[in-house]
Design a protein around this ligand. Structure first.
Ligand SMILES: O=C(CO)[C@H](O)[C@H](O)COP(=O)(O)O
Ligand SMILES: [Co+2]
Length: 220
C-alpha cells in the first residue's frame, strides 16, 4: 500500500487550510510540511506557528521534514504544535541516535532524511529505532526540481535492508515525484511518496493525488 504525502511547499500560502482540505478529501494520508532555515538549505519556510495554526483544520498525519541545523533545538516545539512525525536530516546531527531518541521521548514518530549523496550506512545501526527513512530524490531546498534517478538503487538498497530485518519502517521519497517518477520509486520499494508541485501546481490537486497513487500502485 502506497501513501501519498502532499507537500505544502507548493500550496497557496494565503489559503493553506483550504489547500490542505482538498488533498485530505482526495485521500492523501500524510501532510508533508517542509521546514527550512536558510542555513542547512538556502531557503526559509515555515515554523511551529504554522503547524499549530493548521492543526485544527486537518486530521491528516502531519509529517514534518526539518531541513534545519541543530534540529534538537526545535523538536519539542514542532511536536507541541501538532507534528505526528518529525524527520531530521542525518547530515545535521552529530549525535543522531540522541536526536532520534529525543523525538520519541517527546511523543512523535521519528524519521531520518538523507540527501542524494549521503551513504545509507549513516542509518544502518539505528534503523530499528526509525519509523521512517526519507531518501531525498532532489537536493533539498526548493520545490519543483528535477528527480535525480541515481537515487533509485539507493531506494532498492534501503528497501532490502528493511525487509531483510523484518522491520516495518516506512520508506519515503521526496523531490520531483510525479506520475512518471512515482512508478519508478514505488517499483524500487518506496511506500510514502511526497509530491509538492505535481499536486499543488496542478489544476486539479485532488485528481493529481489519485493519479500519483494509481501510477505507483500499478508498478508494484
Ligand atoms: O523537501 C522538499 C524540498 O527540499 C520538498 O518536500 C520537495 O521538493 C517537494 O517538492 P516537489 O514535489 O515539487 O519536488
Ligand atoms: Co520535504
Amino acid at each position: 500500500m502506497v501513501k501519498i504525502a502532499p507537500s505544502i511547499l507548493s500550496a497557496d500560502f494565503a489559503n493553506l487550510a483550504q489547500s490542505v482540505q482538498v488533498v485530505e478529501k482526495a485521500g492523501a494520508e500524510y501532510l508533508h510540511i517542509d521546514v527550512m532555515d536558510g542555513h542547512f538549505v538556502p531557503n526559509i519556510t515555515i515554523g511551529p506557528l504554522i503547524v499549530e495554526a493548521l492543526r485544527p483544520h486537518s486530521k491528516m498525519f502531519f509529517d514534518v521534514h526539518l531541513m534545519i541545523e541543530q534540529p534538537d533545538r526545535y523538536i519539542a516545539d514542532f511536536i507541541k504544535a501538532g507534528a505526528d512525525l518529525v524527520c531530521v536530516h542525518g547530515e545535521t546531527c552529530h549525535h543522531l541516535h540522541r536526536v532520534v531518541s529525543l523525538i520519541k521521548e517527546k511523543g512523535a514518530k521519528a524519521g531520518v532524511a538523507l540527501n542524494p549523496h549521503t551513504p545509507i550506512q549513516l542509518i544502518e545501526y539505528i534503523l530499528p529505532m526509525l519509523d521512517l527513512v526519507l531518501l531525498m530524490t532532489v537536493n533539498p531546498g526548493f520545490g519543483g526540481q528535477k528527480f535525480i534517478p541515481e537515487v533509485l538503487p539507493k531506494i532498492e538498497a534501503v528497501s532490502r535492508m528493511i525487509k531483510e530485518r523484518g522491520l516495518t519502517t516506512e520508506l519515503q521519497v521526496d523531490g520531483g515525484i510525479n506520475t512518471q517518477t512515482a512508478s519508478l520509486v514505488a517499483k524500487a520499494g518506496a511506500n510514502v511518496l511526497v509530491a509538492g508541485s505535481a499536486i499543488f501546481g496542478s489544476d486539479d490537486p485532488a485528481q493529481a493525488v489519485q493519479e500519483i497513487r494509481k501510477a505507483a500502485e500499478l508498478s508494484q
